[in-house]
Design a protein around this ligand. Structure first.
Ligand code: ATP
Length: 138
């Protein structure tokens, strides 16, 4: 699959132009994007697979703190785009992320790790549908 979903978190929106440039420099094109203020209930639905985690509530609250940039990314002749984008994204904790990754460059800590990217093709389809086919409403 040559599509994936990404989101710039509220804590990194002040650097969204730089992040977009880094995403494009990494070989990904933006098929569609929109800035949106997510409600807490949208975020909880989006992260529902993490509902049992101890940090679920704080993770959701942080994502609803301000506007986010939602992006459908693609590689015209690519395959395995979700996995390739996760490589550009880097480790969840920016302190563990490799040099050159988005989270190393733009993340601060686990709470403010700048960017989200779908972790598989199935997640990418679900997350793209969620935000770009109206499923986030309600
Ligand atoms: P994301 O889903 O944001 O792309 P990820 O797939 O790399 O991140 P997950 O394990 O899905 O990591 O965690 C979702 C988010 O929850 C992380 O981006 C991070 O902000 C936060 N998080 C992860 N682990 C912890 C933790 N131990 N304590 C607090 N927050 C955490």
């Amino acid at each position: 699959m040559n599509l994936t979903f990404s989101l710039i978190k509220p804590s990194a929106m002040d650097r969204c132009e730089e992040i977009l440039m880094a995403i494009k420099a990494g070989g990904f094109s933006v098929l569609s994007m929109k800035t949106q203020q997510l409600t807490l209930s949208q975020v909880k639905k989006f992260y529902e697979e993490h509902a049992e985690k101890s940090f679920f509530t704080s993770m959701c609250e942080r994502l609803a703190l301000g506007p986010v940039l939602l992006m459908a990314l693609y590689e015209p002749n690519g395959t395995d785009t979700p996995l390739k984008f996760r490589k550009l994204l880097g480790a969840t904790d920016p302190k563990q992320a490799l040099e050159g990754t988005l989270r190393k460059q733009f993340g601060v800590d686990l709470d403010a790790n700048a960017v989200h990217g779908s972790d598989s093709e199935i997640s990418a389809i679900r997350e793209l549908s969620f935000f770009f086919c109206g499923m986030e409403t309600g």
